[in-house]
Design a protein around this ligand. Structure first.
Ligand code: PLP
Length: 430
C-alpha cells in the first residue's frame, strides 16, 4: 500500500464515510433507519455478556441503536475523539456530561457568554441536583482561574459564543483547567468540527447541539458528547467517583480502569443515558447523518454568505454596528484566525440606529428570512431578541445579556448571497 492509502482520510471523506459500511444483511449503501426498540440475543451467555459490559452490542434502543452508532462514530472521527454518544438534544448532552462528572455539592466554572438555554439549565435545573455553577467571563480567561475552588470538577465554555460574535481563547482556558486538574468541556455547536476542533486547543470533552449546523436542515433535534480521550481519570487529583469507583450496577466494575481512554463516553451511555433516558430516535439520527455528509460544503458556504452579509451591513446607513468576528476590523478577528481560520461561522448580531422600533419593523418586513428562534438552518433566520427571547427582562438586564433594544441576530443560510442581501435591503428601506 502507498503512504496515501495509509493516511488518515480528509475531513470531507470522513463526513461521508466514517462509521458506515454497506448493510451486511441487505447490501443497503445508505445507513438504514433501524426502527426497532430491541435486539434478539444469540443465546443466554451472549445476553449475560451484553448486560455485564463484557461484549458490546445492542440490547435496547434507549441505550444503543445501529443508526445512532454510525452517527456517533462519524462525529467522533470529525472531532478527533475516541468515542461519542448521541442523545435526544444538545441540552441532554450537557446533562449527561455533567451527570458523569459531578456529585451533589460539586461545582463547575462556565463562561457566561452561552446559549440562553444553557444559562437557565445551569442556574436553575442543575441546582436541583446540587450541581453548582460559578460564572466567569469567556472573553477574560483569567476570570476562570479566579472562579475555581477546591470543589470545582470541570470548566465549560463555547468555542464561538453567541450573541456578540465572540471567539473564545480555548488554549488559554484549557491551560487554566489543566492547572486546576479538571477537564475542559467545550460546546462546539456554532463552529462545528469543520471550523474548529476543540481537542486541538486542549478540550477533553466536546458537546454539540446536533439540531443546528451539524444536522443543518432545521428538521430534527439531537445532541452529542465526544470523549477526546485526553483526560486521565485514574491519576487525577480530584476523584471522579462515577468513573473510578466500583459500580454497584455493574458487579463492582471500575469504568475508567476497564475502558481507558473512552471510559467517559461509556459512562455517559451505560449510566447517564441508561438511567436518565434521553435517547435519540433512530429517525432523527438518520436525518442528522444526512446533514453531516454535506457539513464541509455547507459550512464553507454559510461562512462565505455571512461575511458578504456582514460586509453589506457595515456599510449601511441604518446600521450602528456589526459584531462578526470574520470582519477584519472586529476585535475578535485575530482570535478567529487562530481558533477557526476557515471562517467565523454564520450567526452574528448587529445594531440598528432606530433601536427597538426599527428592530420590530425589520423582522416584520423581511420576506426571504424566517422570523424564528433557531440557528443553523439551510434557510436564513432572523430574530429581534428584545421583543422575543429576552422580552421578560428589564432593559438593563437585556443590555447585560447582549440583547439590547437595537440588537438583531441573524443565522445566515445557504441561499444566494445576493438574494439574502436584497431581502435585508428592502426590509431596511421599508
Ligand atoms: C441550541 C443550542 C444548545 C441546546 O441544544 P438543543 O438541541 O436545542 O437542546 C446548546 N448550545 C448551543 C450553543 C445551542 O445553540
Amino acid at each position: 500500500m502507498t503512504d496515501a492509502a495509509n493516511a488518515v482520510p480528509g475531513f470531507s471523506t470522513l463526513a461521508i464515510h466514517a462509521g458506515a459500511a454497506p448493510d451486511p444483511s441487505t447490501g443497503a449503501r445508505a445507513t438504514p433507519i433501524y426502527q426497532t426498540t430491541s435486539y434478539v440475543f444469540n443465546d443466554v451467555d451472549h445476553a449475560a455478556a451484553l448486560f455485564n459490559l463484557e461484549v458490546f452490542g445492542n440490547i435496547y434502543t434507549r441505550i444503543m441503536n445501529p443508526t445512532q452508532a454510525v452517527l456517533e462514530q462519524r462525529i467522533a472521527a470529525l472531532e478527533g475523539g475516541t468515542a461519542a454518544l448521541a442523545v435526544a438534544s444538545g441540552h441532554a448532552a450537557q446533562v449527561l456530561a455533567f451527570h458523569t462528572l459531578l456529585e451533589p455539592g460539586d461545582e463547575f466554572v462556565a463562561g457566561r457568554q452561552l446559549y440562553g438555554g444553557s444559562i437557565n439549565q445551569f442556574n436553575h435545573s442543575f441546582k436541583k441536583f446540587n450541581w453548582n455553577v460559578a460564572w466567569a467571563d469567556a472573553t477574560e480567561p483569567a476570570t476562570f482561574e479566579k472562579a475555581i475552588t477546591s470543589k470545582t470538577k470541570a470548566v465549560f465554555c463555547e468555542s464561538i459564543a453567541n450573541p456578540g460574535g465572540i471567539v473564545v481563547d480555548l488554549p488559554a482556558i484549557a491551560a487554566i483547567a489543566k492547572k486546576a486538574g479538571v477537564p475542559l468541556i467545550v460546546d462546539n455547536t456554532l463552529a462545528t468540527p469543520y471550523l474548529c476542533r476543540p481537542k486541538e486547543h486542549g478540550a477533553d470533552i466536546v458537546v454539540h447541539s446536533l439540531t443546528k449546523f451539524i444536522g443543518g436542515h432545521g428538521n430534527s433535534i439531537g445532541g452529542v458528547i465526544v470523549d477526546c480521550g485526553t483526560y486521565d481519570w485514574l491519576s487525577a487529583k480530584k476523584r471522579y467517583a462515577t468513573l473510578v469507583d466500583p459500580n454497584p450496577s455493574y458487579n463492582g466494575m471500575r469504568l475508567a480502569e476497564t475502558f481507558g481512554n473512552f471510559a467517559f463516553a461509556i459512562a455517559c451511555r451505560v449510566l447517564g443515558l441508561r438511567d436518565l433516558g434521553p435517547a435519540i430516535s433512530p429517525f432523527n439520527a438518520f436525518l442528522i447523518l444526512m446533514g453531516v455528509e454535506t457539513l464541509p460544503l455547507r459550512m464553507a458556504r454559510h461562512c462565505e454568505n455571512a461575511l458578504a452579509v456582514a460586509d453589506y451591513l457595515v456599510r449601511h446607513k441604518e446600521v450602528a454596528w456589526v459584531n462578526y468576528a470574520g470582519l477584519s476590523a472586529n476585535k475578535y478577528n485575530a482570535l478567529a484566525q487562530r481558533i477557526c481560520p476557515k471562517g467565523a461561522g454564520a450567526v452574528f448580531t448587529f445594531g440598528l440606529k432606530g433601536g427597538y422600533g426599527a428592530g420590530v419593523k425589520l423582522v416584520s418586513n423581511v420576506k426571504l428570512f424566517s422570523h424564528l428562534a433557531n440557528i443553523g438552518d439551510t434557510r436564513s433566520l432572523i430574530i429581534h431578541p428584545a421583543s422575543t427571547t429576552h422580552s421578560q427582562l428589564t432593559p438593563e438586564q437585556r443590555k447585560a445579556a447582549g440583547a439590547g433594544d437595537d440588537v438583531v441576530r441573524l443565522s445566515v443560510g445557504l441561499e444566494d448571497a445576493a438574494d439574502i442581501i436584497a431581502d435585508l435591503e428592502q426590509a431596511l428601506v421599508a
